[in-house]
Design a protein around this ligand. Structure first.
Ligand code: AMP
Ligand code: GLY
Length: 420
């Protein structure tokens, strides 16, 4: 089987690593890939937002299966173009990707499906939004409706902060994503994520995780794409997971199918859990990054069988083989991230990291320059390890981090603190 993975971050490195271990995988191409992916797959430069170009590339390279990593090509309909061309594809249609691309759409689906989530209002002008805030409770959550790379959410602790956030969003701080705004009730509790494959009809849980969105230790400082993650999430007990599946995920998937836009791919349900009751924070229509790196460490080669069954509508025929294990990933980022940071610094020591089914240094933002690995993004490396306990996984992941010689980088030392 010739496989094409779209994307070039740590998520896609971990997907490539897992898929590559499956004997069914013949040729593996990742577009655009990165320096770490280039060791295990062919990297191709391809505009992954251009559905026509992706179809042409897949046909020219006799690709049998395409796995789409990031949300942007999904929201742009790249999966539709591939399926129209008869190419087996993992990832939702443009219509189903609205579960991530529009927060007001997700809220409307939750209403229709009866899925528990924060109370909300949806606004297309600043005056109405401000009036809503003035008569409501504080803290309150202000969200740009569209895709804003994880940055379009403001938790306002005062009314003034909320009003300023509304002005920013309608003033264009998040571009077109902020032309509409959702204002939500603030939910207390502990956050965790549930990852579920759905083939349009059948749903299959493939694991839980918790990430660390803030840049600083003790969950301080600005939000990032995620500074580390571990799987499973202890707060997601079998009872909480069963409730999340029954009350949130299944009704949502059924509502999407009822509307004629069935969801096929991985649904990432961000949940807030309070007193054993899960409520939906948000959906994403792709694997989390860096949650995927921890999940792939645990799932390994069976990932390809699961994703293929999902794309072929055969999820009812497969099951996940679980080991009683834990995985953790620690993100190494360039100093300055999530603000501005320098690119091009040389990273040493990666070659001394063990690479096996318990340890992997996944690359997120790296490139090769003059025969050396250099930083090429904000989040640069993901030290990922597995163990019999979360503590063992953590010790192994941090041992990997210690091998890296990169003075221009930093990482959080407390990944997993809540669970440990
Ligand atoms: P989102 O992009 O919707 O996941 O929001 C980013 C982060 O903001 C979430 O991971 C939560 O930590 C937080 N958040 C979003 N909505 C709420 C809410 N209604 N109540 C509390 N926290 C929230
Ligand atoms: N780690 C959060 C995300 O992928 O959205």
């Amino acid at each position: 089987m010739n496989i094409l993975i779209l994307g070039g971050g740590g998520r896609e490195h971990s997907l490539a690593w897992a898929v590559k271990q499956n004997p069914k995988c013949d040729r593996l191409i990742v577009a655009p890939g990165n320096a770490g992916i280039a060791w295990i797959a062919d990297c191709a430069s391809l505009d992954i937002m251009d559905g026509g170009a992706v179809v042409n590339f897949a046909e020219a390279n006799a690709i049998d299966f395409v796995i789409i990593g990031p949300e942007a090509p999904l929201a742009a309909g790249v999966a539709d173009r591939l399926r129209d061309a008869g190419i087996l594809t993992f990832g939702p249609s443009e219509a189903a990707a609205r579960l991530e691309a529009s927060k007001s759409f997700t809220k409307e689906i939750c209403d229709a499906a009866g899925a528990p989530t924060a109370a909300y209002g949806h606004f297309t002008n600043a005056d109405a939004a401000k009036a809503h805030v003035r008569k409501g409770d504080i803290p309150v959550v202000i969200k740009a409706d569209g895709l804003a790379a994880g940055k379009g959410v403001i938790i306002a602790e005062t009314e003034d902060e909320a009003i300023a956030a509304i002005d920013d969003m309608f003033g264009g701080a998040f571009g077109g994503a902020g032309a509409e705004v959702v204002i939500e009730e603030f939910m207390a509790g502990e956050e965790a994520s549930l990852f579920v494959l759905c083939d349009g009809e059948t749903v299959l849980s493939i694991g839980t995780a918790q990430d660390h969105k803030r840049v600083g230790e003790g969950d301080t400082g600005p939000n990032t794409g995620g500074m580390g993650a571990y799987s499973p999430a202890p707060v997601m007990t079998p009872e909480v997971e069963a409730r999340a599946m029954d009350e949130i995920v299944r009704p949502t998937m059924a509502e999407m199918a009822r509307r004629g836009t069935p969801f096929q791919g991985v649904l990432y349900a961000g949940l807030m859990i309070e007193n054993g009751a899960p409520r939906l924070v948000e959906y994403n229509v792709r694997f989390g990054d860096p949650e995927c790196q921890a999940l792939m460490m645990r799932l390994g080669a069976q990932t390809l069988d699961l994703l293929e069954a999902c794309a072929e509508g055969r999820l009812s025929e497969v099951e996940v083989t679980w080991a009683d294990d834990h995985a953790m990933t620690v993100v190494l980022a360039a100093k300055g991230y999530p603000g501005s940071y320098a690119k091009g610094s040389v990273i040493g020591g990666i070659e001394s990291c063990p690479e096996d089914s318990f340890h992997m240094m996944f690359h997120a933002g790296t490139a090769m320059k003059d025969g050396r690995i250099v930083a090429a993004g904000g989040r640069v490396l993901n030290a990922t390890a597995r163990g019999a306990s979360l503590r063992e996984a953590r010790d192994r992941a941090y041992a990997l981090v210690e091998k890296v010689d990169w003075p221009e980088g930093f990482y959080r030392r407390d990944i997993g603190w809540r669970a440990l």
